[in-house]
Design a protein around this ligand. Structure first.
Ligand code: N01
Length: 544
């Protein structure tokens, strides 16, 4: 069904297809696979020069996922999941990239992916009920469906001080790391930021650099990653019961099945509680979520949360030899509601003579200079600056596109006080536009692979259903959207999440509305809700 209108001087050629997918990461490629199977003509536009999304661009030393490899992969093809062999508990970025490239080749996906092409605008044309998408090369494509697979952590954030462009050394953001190997031997290096990216990159750069200075604004809770080579027996065992494993993950809270907690942290004795924390801390098979879900109330009750927080602070105090440095590294906020990190030799790194920790909460950054970094009370000279400063999360990549629905209404403007969505999948006034792992869905509060596949399947099934019903458009209803967004907030308010500054609530980006950007109700209940909406003839959507 693909054709082109003839080119004239005044109008650019318009490609007419069934669906445009924006982004060729794990979400976009799976969406392409599903829609192609339905017989749709699909084109995927990708701004980067390779496929893989996050796992293409996060090439910094130490980048690896912090969900077990056996759970962080596609489940849609039984042969693929049986044949692919993972080499480590937590696969490093190059292995994840090899995996997605293998998937793309195996299912012949690349021919419908256009790289180095950024979608800059998406405008809904009511007269034709089609989306017109414009690329940065000026190409216009017309599609019935527009599917945003733009990623939750893809719009980089730097620092809000002047002078970034004046620095004469090398600058890197962890999320757009160069393809070629970067050597830090003999160099004076700065890392700004101590979130998951900083925690991964710092120990490896410290091993190379002559001097490493880490600028920390907020200390984070870093649990031992316990990464290790894959045990072949374990891999075989999981593969032998993959359907059951997938089902358990899909029905869980965070997309990683865990033993169900039955007691609050303060309902057990101190010995029992600490024995549990100790087990999680030392067991190399622990998950990032193990410490979060061992008790029923760690994420909701301040006193319970404090028991886990103090356990971790005590461990930091044991590892870090300089008491003043240890104290700076000990977080004082709640544990787990700002994204906890997994680290390998993270705290140990601060015992190295070539590593210095600078507290930019006490003396904030004031400028990036030609030769380095200035804070309120010191200036530093560097050869290299690594920005591990995070992202305008969840909505940033969507806001970067000028998306206009009915009557030319702008999505950015509609979301000026915070995103409003139905199920994190669709928006009233924007028919046939879908957001994969969009705001108000579990997304970043889950194993992304579980959430990506659930959304991709739901959208593909919906499009299939529309076709068999002879329906042209599907649009979220305003009431359904309002009710869902209220529910996302309400469930968030039952937890400690809104009480802590983090990118989960948008507070890392100045001026960004402070709301819950992800749904904390759990992937299991969320899936049930989505399935029920579909079963009830797409309740809350208008089909025309
Ligand atoms: O970004 P972040 P990230 N002055 O926003 C600091 C996923 N991920 O790229 O906390 C000084 O967490 C900022 O300080 P503060 C994962 O979901 C996963 O590390 O705002 N400091 C913070 O320390 C993760 O949560 C993996 O006070 C400034 C840091 O920069 C998400 O991506 C690996 C500053 C940013 O931390 C984002 O992680 C990597 C300023 N002006 C990422 N601005 C794995 O799976 C920012 N900071 C392992």
């Amino acid at each position: 069904s693909e054709d082109s209108t003839p080119q004239t001087e005044s109008t650019p050629p318009t490609r007419e297809i069934d669906a445009v997918v924006v982004g060729a990461g794990f979400a976009g490629l799976h969406m392409l696979y599903r829609l192609r199977k339905l017989g749709l003509s699909v084109r995927v536009y990708e701004a980067g020069d390779g496929i893989g999304g996050t796992w293409y661009s996060n090439r910094y030393p130490g980048a690896r996922v912090d969900v077990k490899s056996m759970y962080y992969n596609y489940s849609f093809d039984p042969e693929l999941e049986q044949e692919w062999e993972w080499s480590e508990k937590l696969p490093p970025q190059p292995e994840l990239l090899r995996y997605i490239e293998h998937v793309a080749d195996r299912f012949d996906l690349r021919k419908d992916v256009q790289l180095r092409t950024r979608i800059t605008a998406a405008v809904y044309d009511e007269s034709t009920a089609r989306w017109q998408l414009t690329t940065d090369a000026g190409e216009v494509v017309s599609a019935r469906f527009a599917i945003m697979a733009t990623g939750c952590l893809s719009a980089a954030k730097l620092v809000e001080v002047p002078g970034i462009e004046t620095f004469r050394g090398r600058s890197f953001h962890t999320g757009s790391w160069p393809a070629e190997k970067v050597d830090f031997t003999g160099r004076r290096v700065a890392v700004i930021g101590t979130g998951s990216s900083g925690v991964q990159v710092i120990p490896l750069v410290a091993e190379q650099a002559e001097q490493l200075t880490v600028f920390q604004r907020t200390a984070n809770y870093v649990l031992p990653a316990g990464n290790h080579p894959m045990d072949p027996d374990y891999q075989r065992e999981i593969k032998s019961r993959y359907r059951e494993v997938r089902k358990a993950n899909r029905e869980s809270g965070f997309g990683i099945a865990q033993p169900e907690a039955t007691k609050g942290a303060l309902e057990v004795s101190e010995d029992e509680r600490n024995a549990f924390y100790h087990r999680v801390w030392t067991d190399k098979n622990s998950e990032l979520v193990s410490m979060l879900v061992g008790f029923t109330d760690t994420l909701a009750d301040e006193a319970s949360n404090e028991t886990a927080a103090q356990f971790i602070r005590d461990r930091i105090g044991e590892i870090v030899t300089d008491p003043a440095v240890a104290q700076l590294l000990q977080p004082d906020g709640f544990f787990g509601v700002k994204r906890p990190c997994l680290g390998t030799n993270y705290y140990e790194t601060f015992n190295r003579p070539n590593v210095r920790l600078v507290d930019v909460a006490a003396a904030p950054l004031t400028a990036i200079t030609e030769s380095g970094i200035a804070t309120a009370d010191e200036s530093f000279e560097f050869d290299d600056i690594i920005y591990a400063t995070g992202y305008d999360a969840v909505t940033g990549a969507l806001d970067a596109i000028d998306i206009r629905g009915r009557d030319g209404a702008s999505l950015r403007e509609k979301w000026a006080d915070g995103p409003v969505t139905y199920l994190g999948l669709a928006v009233a006034g924007f028919p046939n536009l879908f957001t994969i792992t969009g705001p108000g869905s579990p997304s970043v509060l889950s194993n992304m692979m579980v959430s990506i596949e659930q959304h991709v399947d739901w959208v593909a099934d919906a499009i299939d259903a529309l076709r068999s019903k002879g329906v042209t458009t599907m649009e979220a209803e305003t009431d359904a959207e309002r009710e869902w967004t209220r529910h996302v907030d309400e469930v968030g308010d039952m937890t400690l999440y809104p009480k802590v500054d983090s990118w989960y609530v948008g507070s890392n980006v100045p001026g960004k509305p402070r709301v819950m950007y992800a749904y904390i109700g759990g992937v299991g209940p969320y899936r049930e809700k989505c399935d029920q909406v579909a079963a009830d003839d797409y309740e809350g959507f208008t089909l025309t």
